[in-house]
Design a protein around this ligand. Structure first.
Ligand SMILES: [Fe+2]
Ligand SMILES: [Fe+2]
Length: 474
């Protein structure tokens, strides 16, 4: 169970380590300062119907109650330790999992933890203004739930930094509160986390695409030979599932509403669809293209010696590593990557060890494709002849083998001029964004009411009705 009588709720027996407890209690006010500055705008007095973890067991996860977000019980929760756990891949395979950081991997591991940790506050910053244009009280509650849990994910990484990395770790923990998404001088570490999330379509796309990158990174780190990292990530994954649910169902509901209106009025022309106050499917496709492509970049270079080193050292595994049937060393295996040669995209086999970023990206793409197929079903069921497509993975990429090339939506290698001609067919234009935002000028907060551009969800949170008062504004 989690001890909530402590100033910092935890299941790691924090009270036994006075030095660590003091260090974290010192960081806590700085974190609160960050939350007041960069957390959801004007929300500090709201009482929000939130879930809080009460134990890390699968069945005892959540307790729902009204909470003022600054009073949310952020804390440190690790999956319980399995005494028999081993390092399951790489050169240390078969050794007992490490309970302390191996000296030779200290800086690498710190870098991995900081890079993951940096994404957590970043997304809160990206989303901080969206409360003022929410489509319903239900959705407002959901974004707040995502925000407090991203805050907790930051806590999860900061615990590891403080507990295992001494002074360097404490400095990194401070720096995590100092960087700002999109800041010119001190931006967040990864590109997608410096992009604005200016409207709710972008928010749902972000939680579908980019939180799912979070899932895959956490899955890879949950395989780590460094056991505290693995256990931390396992618990974070249970929270991540809700974020992706919010994204997937959010987009589903937008598509559903658009299709309803198209059917009712028997029209397909995007301008006419827009005139009825819903988002045309073409614009949804362009948002999809954008979020998908910037998220693919988060996996890094297709061929990467860093990725190989992380694996060989036992720090970062593959997706579902222990379920895979091979030597878990990748000494002989090969893996296909793609390269642009002239005006062609050419497949090339490389040592699998060096292609681990690409492999994780491919695992991710598979799951994304399933989600997009579920969105398509909504369109098909409405009988509307429109196909959502997942762009070619080289489309609009800034990192890896496709960077610097102009790859079209179907994988055609284009000249800069040809790309320019299609750019706004494929990616949201300023005008698209202005339109989407024009639908979201105020918030809809009457219980049970939903903005015109989105369908209600199938059910409420924690079996509450749709007209439940999910947020009390005070
Ligand atoms: Fe997260
Ligand atoms: Fe998340």
């Amino acid at each position: 169970m989690i001890d909530y009588t402590e100033k910092i709720p935890n299941n790691v027996d924090l009270g036994r380590d006075r030095g660590l407890q003091r260090a974290l209690e010192h960081w806590q006010p700085a974190y609160m300062g960050w939350w007041y500055d960069m957390g959801p705008n004007e929300s500090h007095n709201y009482e929000v119907y939130l879930r809080t973890a009460i134990s890390v067991e699968a069945d005892g996860w959540a307790q729902f109650d009204y909470v003022k977000m600054p009073e949310y019980r952020w804390g440190i929760f690790l999956q319980p330790r399995d005494e028999k756990r081993e390092v399951n891949f790489g050169m240390h395979k078969g050794q007992p999992a490490w309970q302390e950081v191996p000296g030779e991997y200290r800086s690498t591991l710190r870098r991995v933890i900081v890079t993951q940790g940096d994404t957590e506050p970043a997304s809160v910053e990206q989303q901080r203004l969206l409360g003022s244009s929410c489509p319903s009280m239900y959705d407002l509650r959901n974004i707040f739930q995502v925000n407090v849990e991203e805050g907790r994910h930051l806590w999860a990484m900061v615990y590891l930094l403080h507990r295992y990395f001494g002074r360097d770790g404490r400095e990194e923990a401070e720096a995590l509160l100092a960087r700002r998404s999109g800041d010119a001088d001190n931006p967040r570490i990864l590109g997608a986390f410096n992009e604005p999330t200016p409207d709710w379509l972008a928010f749902y796309m972000f939680t579908f695409f980019t939180d799912r990158d979070g899932k895959f990174q956490l899955c890879a780190l949950a395989e780590s030979g460094f056991d505290p990292l693995a256990r931390t990530c396992r618990f974070m994954l249970t929270e991540e599932a809700h974020h992706m649910f919010v994204g997937e169902t959010g987009v589903t509901r937008i598509i559903k509403r658009t299709c309803e209106v198209m059917k009712e009025h028997k029209l397909e022309d995007p301008a006419q669809v827009r005139a009825l106050g819903v988002i045309d499917l073409q614009t949804i496709q362009r948002y999809l293209n954008f979020h998908y492509s910037v998220t693919l970049d988060l996996y890094g270079s297709d061929v990467s010696s860093n990725a190989a080193n992380y694996f060989t050292s036992g720090l970062k595994g593959r997706f579902r590593e222990t379920k895979l049937e091979d030597d878990h060393l990748l000494s002989e295996a090969e893996y296909p990557v793609y390269e642009v040669i002239g005006d062609k995209i050419v497949k090339k086999n490389v040592p699998a060890l060096t292609a681990l970023n690409e492999r994780l990206r491919d695992d991710y793409i598979e799951e994304i494709a399933d989600g997009v197929a579920r969105w398509q079903r909504v369109i098909d069921e409405a009988g509307i002849p429109f196909k959502l497509t997942l762009p070619h993975k080289g489309f609009h990429r800034a990192i890896g083998n496709f960077a610097g090339h102009h790859i079209g939506i179907h994988g055609e290698v284009l000249t800069a001029e040809a790309w320019k001609k299609h750019e706004h067919e494929w990616l949201p234009s300023a005008e698209d964004q202005t339109f989407v935002q024009s639908l979201m000028t105020g918030r809809v907060v009457e219980p049970g009411k939903f903005a015109n551009w989105i369908a209600p969800p199938l059910r409420g949170i924690n079996s509450k009705p749709l007209d439940f008062e999910y947020v009390r504004f005070n």
